[in-house]
Design a protein around this ligand. Structure first.
Ligand code: PLP
Length: 399
C-alpha cells in the first residue's frame, strides 16, 4: 500500500511541465527551431557575471576544502548575516542573520512556512490567479485552501473579498507580487489595506493572521515600478524569496524564509519554520550557492531582453485584437482566450506549434499564460503565428 494522493500528484505533473515535455518531444520530431515554447518560467538571460566569479573565487580560495561540507541547518550564519545586511541596506528591513532560514528556493520556503504554521483544521487564503503549486503545498501541510479572486480589472488584491473569506479558521494568507501569472505588482496602498485588514481581524479573533509573501520575482520589474517591502505594510509577514528568477539560478536551488523581528511570537514562529524544514529534510541549502547568495543578494540579471519581449508581445497582441494584462513585472503575460474554453484555445495554438498553457490550473479560467523568458528572436518568430490565431478567431485590431 502506498499513498494514493502522492502517487496521483507524481503521475499528473504540473501542466506547464507537461507542455514543456511535449515541446521537447515535438522538437525532436520537427526541429527545435520550429517549436515556439512559451510554457515554462525558465530564465533565458544569463546570471550576472559576479555569480561565476564568486563560484571560481570560492573554489580556489581559502574555503576550497570546506565548501562542500554541511553548514548549520538554517544556513551558514556569516552568509545569513551578509544577506540580512543587504536587506537592511535595500529595504530598511531591520533584520538579523538569525531571522533567516536558507532554503532550496521559494518552493521549500513556502512549504516550511505553511507546515510550520498549520494546525489541524486551519485554512490558508490564496488569491486567484495563483501559482499552481500553492494548493499542493497547503494540502501537504495539512491545511485547506480558500480561493479569493483578485480584482478582475486590475488583478490587484480585492480587500472586501478577502475580508469576506476571513474567519477564525484562517491561519494565513499567501500573496505573490510581482505575480505569476498576471505580471501585476501590488501597489503600496493595496498592501497597506491588506495589512490593516489582517491586523484588525487578528485582534478581533485574538490570534495573528500570518501573511506569507512569495517574492521570487521581487527584482524582475519594468519601468521602475515600486515593489514595497511587505513587512513594512504588515508586521506578521513571512517573506519567501528565491534567487531563481532575478539572478537566473533556478536549477541551483537557493532561497530563504525571513521571519522579521516585527513578527508576533517571533522566536516560536522561526523555530516552527526551521522545524518544518527539518521534518521534510529541507535543511542545509546548497553550501556553494549560499556563498553566491551572500555575494549577489540584490543583483539582477540584465533584464533588457525581457523588457523588449514584453513590449513586442503586448503591443503586437493587443494590435491583433487580443486582450492582455500589461505585465509590470515577472516574465509572464496573461492573455484572455478568444473562446470561453481557454484549454481549447491553447490546443489550437499547439496545432501551430505555439505552446502556452491555459490558466485553469492557476484557478483563473478563460486566460492563457505566455512565458516570454525566451530569446527575442523566438518572440519575433511567434508573431505571424499569433496573427494566424487571431485570424482563425476573426479578431481584428478594433476589438
Ligand atoms: N512561487 C512562484 C510564484 C513561482 O513562479 C515559482 C517558480 O516558478 C516558485 C514560487 C518556486 O520557485 P523556486 O524555483 O525558487 O522554488
Amino acid at each position: 500500500m502506498i499513498s494514493e494522493a502522492m502517487r496521483e500528484l507524481g503521475a499528473q505533473g504540473n501542466p506547464m511541465r507537461v507542455l514543456f515535455e511535449y515541446g521537447k518531444k515535438r522538437a525532436a520530431e520537427i526541429g527545435a527551431e520550429n517549436v515556439l515554447d512559451f510554457a515554462l518560467g525558465n530564465p533565458s538571460v544569463p546570471p550576472p557575471a559576479q555569480v561565476n566569479e564568486v563560484i571560481l573565487e570560492v573554489l580556489s580560495g581559502e574555503r576550497r576544502d570546506s565548501i562542500h561540507a554541511y553548514t548549520s541547518a538554517a544556513g551558514d550564519l556569516e552568509v545569513r548575516d551578509t544577506i540580512a545586511a543587504s536587506l537592511n541596506r535595500r529595504f530598511d528591513a531591520g533584520c538579523r542573520g538569525a531571522d533567516l532560514f536558507l532554503t532550496c528556493g521559494a518552493a521549500p520556503a513556502l512549504c516550511a512556512c505553511l507546515k510550520g504554521l498549520c494546525c489541524p483544521g486551519d485554512q490558508f487564503i490564496v488569491i486567484t490567479p495563483y501559482f499552481t503549486e500553492y494548493r499542493i503545498f497547503i494540502q501537504g501541510a495539512g491545511g485547506e485552501t480558500v480561493e479569493v479572486p483578485a480584482q478582475r480589472d486590475t488583478f490587484r488584491l480585492d480587500i472586501p473579498a478577502i475580508e469576506e473569506a476571513l474567519s477564525p479558521r484562517v491561519k494565513g494568507v499567501v500573496i505573490n507580487s510581482p505575480n505569476n501569472p498576471s505580471g501585476v505588482v501590488y501597489p503600496r496602498e493595496n498592501l497597506d489595506a491588506l495589512g490593516a485588514l489582517l491586523r484588525r481581524k487578528g485582534e478581533e479573533y485574538g490570534a495573528p493572521i500570518y501573511l506569507i509573501s512569495d517574492e521570487p520575482y521581487r527584482e524582475v520589474v519594468y519601468d521602475g515600478v515600486e515593489v514595497p517591502w511587505v513587512p513594512h505594510c504588515y508586521e506578521n509577514t513571512l517573506v519567501c524569496y528565491s534567487y531563481s528568477k532575478a539572478i537566473s539560478l533556478p536549477g541551483e536551488r537557493i532561497g530563504y524564509v525571513l521571519v522579521p523581528p516585527s513578527m508576533a511570537d517571533h522566536d516560536a514562529v522561526y523555530q516552527a519554520v526551521a522545524g518544518a524544514g527539518r521534518a521534510v529534510g529541507h535543511i542545509n541549502a546548497p553550501s556553494l550557492f549560499q556563498q553566491v547568495a551572500a555575494a549577489c543578494d540584490g543583483m539582477v540579471s540584465d533584464l533588457t531582453a525581457y523588457t523588449v519581449n514584453r513590449d513586442l508581445l503586448y503591443s503586437n497582441l493587443t494590435a491583433l485584437g487580443f486582450q492582455c494584462v500589461k505585465p509590470e513585472g515577472t516574465f509572464y503575460l496573461m492573455m484572455k482566450s478568444p473562446e470561453p474554453d481557454a484549454a481549447a484555445f491553447s490546443k489550437k495554438a499547439m496545432e501551430l506549434d505555439l505552446l502556452f498553457p491555459d490558466t485553469g490550473s492557476f484557478s483563473c479560467p478563460g486566460y492563457v499564460r505566455i512565458a516570454y523568458c525566451v530569446p527575442t528572436s523566438r518572440v519575433e518568430q511567434s508573431l505571424p503565428r499569433f496573427a494566424r490565431l487571431a485570424q482563425m478567431y476573426g479578431l481584428s485590431g478594433e476589438n
